[in-house]
Each structure stands twice: as structure tokens, then as C-alpha cells.
Design a protein around this ligand. Structure first.
Ligand SMILES: Nc1ncnc2c1ncn2[C@@H]1O[C@H](COP(=O)(O)OP(=O)(O)OP(=O)(O)O)[C@@H](O)[C@H]1O
Ligand SMILES: [Mg+2]
Length: 346
């Protein structure tokens, strides 16, 4: 039903009140048809009509305008796009919306609070993770240095060995810090991509050659399609190399002995889809959604034993998203995992 405009409603109410007052006068004085009585009735009608209008206008100014101001403020806080107005035209439809607006606003606030709470938990977890990941190599280094100071330095059977272990731990710390720096630069948009046209198949071949030794140690073979033809993309070559290295190294780290990792390319029209598929341990459903979070590892002990921090996939995702492209993962436990991402055709 179309609602009556507030102005009309105001007139109708005033009219009804005036009719009521003049009718009461007529009834009270009896049904006479003399001139005086009608003058009284008309006078009372005009008087009560005007008083009612004034009273209703007063209520309108005092209450309804305030409600509309409230509505404008709620709208302003919801949109944050304009200043709250203090001079709002009276409109009944708007007032009808007030409740809906307040409910929607409360809903927005609730979602915002939930989001902030999640961020807070994430921030705490993140700080905890950073300090934990850095603490481990620091304590290791401290252990080696103390043993060396306690006489180990003079013992030729351990001194060199311990120094090498300490150096390895320093390397680990540098890797973690470099990774964290890369993530924060990618997140703040500080890291500018340098896109160029290059052959992704050739780059993949290059990465495979570099990782061949690591793969052979585990009896894993890394393969490209039999007849791989040049496949040109437009992207930041250095960053995409980083993506391929992490995905291929992951497929080796979490692959089964004597397994296989296949790198495949698909033409998707405007983009090229690149797949890294292994037949390794796989990832169960519950972990898939969190896989790209910083420090997230499915099996912490296994990952750490492989030298993993859980930052690799977070960087990978940021790099792909910085290219305005997407990355997906499908996996079945004990069957294998497929990571696929797209890049703009070059
Ligand atoms: N191909 C894969 N098969 C099975 N699990 C995987 C695979 N790739 C990644 N994962 C799981 O996802 C987790 C996160 O991977 P990510 O690359 O981010 O970290 P990482 O390899 O542990 O450490 P980093 O890459 O920082 O050295 C891994 O710890 C592992 O549990
Ligand atoms: Mg990794």
C-alpha cells in the first residue's frame, strides 16, 4: 500500500479534530438551525483546525525532524561518504526506513567488530609465530657459540662443524626476515612489479634444472609436457620464478619417494594456466582454506623438519594477486596435490 504523505496526513488529522470539535458544539447546543449556532460551529472548526495544524507542525518540527536527522546520521556512518545533514526535508518514507537503516547499520557494525576481532587474533598469532620462528635459530646459534666458547673452539673435531651449523641458522633467520619483508612489501603495494614478456615454459625448465638435485635425492622426477612449445606470458619474471620455485620445492618436500611432479600449461584464451601437480601426501579438506595464510603448515613438525616456515604459499598468493590473477589448489590425501595459477598471455 502506498503510504500517505506526511503533509496530507497532517491536514487529515487537523481536519478530523476540527470536525470533531464543531460537531460536539452542534450536538451540545442541540440541532437548531439558527444563524448564531452555525457561526459558532464554523468558528470552532476554523479555530480548532488552525490550532491542530500548529500543534502538529510543532510536533513535526520537534520530533520528526530529529528522527530524520538521526536517519541521516545513521546513513552517514554507514556510507561514510557525506557529511551528516542537519537540514533534511521531512519525508515519511524515510522515517519508515529508519528502523531498517538502524538494523542494517547494527549489522555492519557487528560484522566490522567480528572482522577486527579476527584481525586481532591473527595479529597475536602472527607476532607469536614470528618470535617463535626466530627464537629457534637464535637459540641454536647461542648453543653452538657457548659450546665453542666453553673450549669447543680448541677442539678441531667440532669447531668448524659448529660454526657451519651456526651459519646455517643465520641463513635461516635471513630467509625468514626476507620472506616477511617480501610479504609486507607486497601487502602495502610498495613492491612494484616489473612485468615483461617471457617464455614461461623456458622459465619452468630453468627452475626444474635448478631443483633437479633436490628431487633426485628423493627419487622424484620433475617433468614438463613432452613437446613443450614456447608459451609467452606478460608478468614479473623474477617474482614468477619465486612462485615456481616454491611450488616445485613444495612438491618435492611433500612428495612421496619415487614420485613425480608434472608442470603443465593450458591456453585459456586471455590467460595461460600453469599447473604444478604432484602425487605426494596431499592435503586434507580442512587445511585447504588456510593454506595460503602466513606461517600456516599442515604438519608443523614435518614441515619444520623440511626447513619450512609456512611463508612460501603466502608469498606465492600475494605475487599472483599483485598480477591480478588467481591461484587455486585441489588435493586428495595420499593421492596428490595440484596448484594452478593464471598469468596474462604475452
Ligand atoms: N604440494 C604439497 N603437498 C602437500 N602439502 C603441501 C604442498 N605444498 C604445501 N603443502 C603444505 O602447506 C604448508 C604451507 O606451505 P608453504 O610453502 O607456505 O610453507 P613451507 O613449505 O612449510 O615453508 P616455506 O615455503 O616458507 O619454506 C606446508 O607446510 C605443507 O604442510
Ligand atoms: Mg614452501
Amino acid at each position: 500500500m502506498k503510504s500517505i504523505s506526511p503533509k496530507n496526513l497532517l491536514i487529515i488529522i487537523a481536519m478530523l479534530l476540527a470536525v470533531l470539535v464543531s460537531a460536539s458544539i452542534i450536538i451540545y447546543t442541540g440541532w437548531k438551525t439558527d444563524h448564531i449556532q452555525w457561526l459558532w460551529a464554523v468558528g470552532a472548526f476554523v479555530f480548532s483546525f488552525i490550532t491542530s495544524i500548529l500543534m502538529l507542525l510543532f510536533v513535526n518540527t520537534l520530533v520528526l525532524k530529529k528522527i530524520n536527522q538521526l536517519l541521516a546520521t545513521v546513513k552517514y556512518f554507514r556510507s561514510q561518504s557525506a557529511q551528516p545533514s542537519t537540514n533534511i526535508e521531512y519525508s515519511g518514507v524515510e522515517i519508515d526506513n529508519l528502523n531498517l537503516e538502524i538494523l542494517a547499520w547494527a549489522d555492519d557494525r557487528k560484522n566490522e567488530i567480528e572482522r577486527l576481532k579476527k584481525l586481532e587474533i591473527y595479529r597475536k598469532e602472527y607476532l607469536g609465530n614470528v618470535s617463535h620462528e626466530l627464537k629457534t635459530p637464535i637459540f641454536n646459534i647461542q648453543g653452538y657459540v657457548l659450546t665453542l666458547l666453553d673450549g669447543g673452539l680448541e677442539d678441531p673435531t667440532i669447531n668448524r662443524n659448529y660454526l657451519m651449523h651456526a651459519e646455517k641458522n643465520v641463513d635461516r633467520m635471513i630467509t625468514i626476515i626476507d620472506d616477511l619483508e617480501a610479504i609486507s612489501q607486497l601487502e602495502t603495494g610498495e613492491l612494484q612489479l616489473e612485468p615483461e614478456r617471457f617464455d614461461i615454459a623456458a622459465l619452468a625448465k630453468d627452475v626444474i634444472d635448478a631443483q633437479e638435485m633436490k628431487a633426485t635425492e628423493k627419487g622424484i622426477i620433475l617433468t614438463l609436457p613432452e613437446e613443450v612449445k614456447p608459451t609467452f606470458v606478460f608478468a614479473d619474471r623474477f617474482r614468477i620464478r619465486q612462485v615456481l620455485v616454491n611450488l616445485i620445492v613444495n612438491s618435492i618436500k611433500y612428495g612421496k619417494e619415487y614420485g613425480e611432479t608434472q608442470i603443465r600449461f593450458y591456453d585459456k584464451g586471455d590467460t595461460i594456466s600453469i599447473e604444478i601437480a604432484d602425487n605426494g601426501i596431499g592435503i586434507s579438506e580442512e587445511h585447504i582454506t588456510r593454506l595460503f595464510e602466513r606461517f600456516y603448515r599442515v604438519d608443523k613438525s614435518r614441515s619444520r623438519e623440511q626447513g619450512g616456515t609456512g611463508l612460501g604459499l603466502a608469498i606465492v598468493k600475494h605475487i599472483i594477486e599483485a598480477h591480478n590473477q588467481t591461484i587455486k589448489v585441489t588435493s586428495t590425501e595420499n593421492v596428490g596435490t595440484v596448484f594452478s595459477f593464471t598469468l596474462k598471455k604475452g
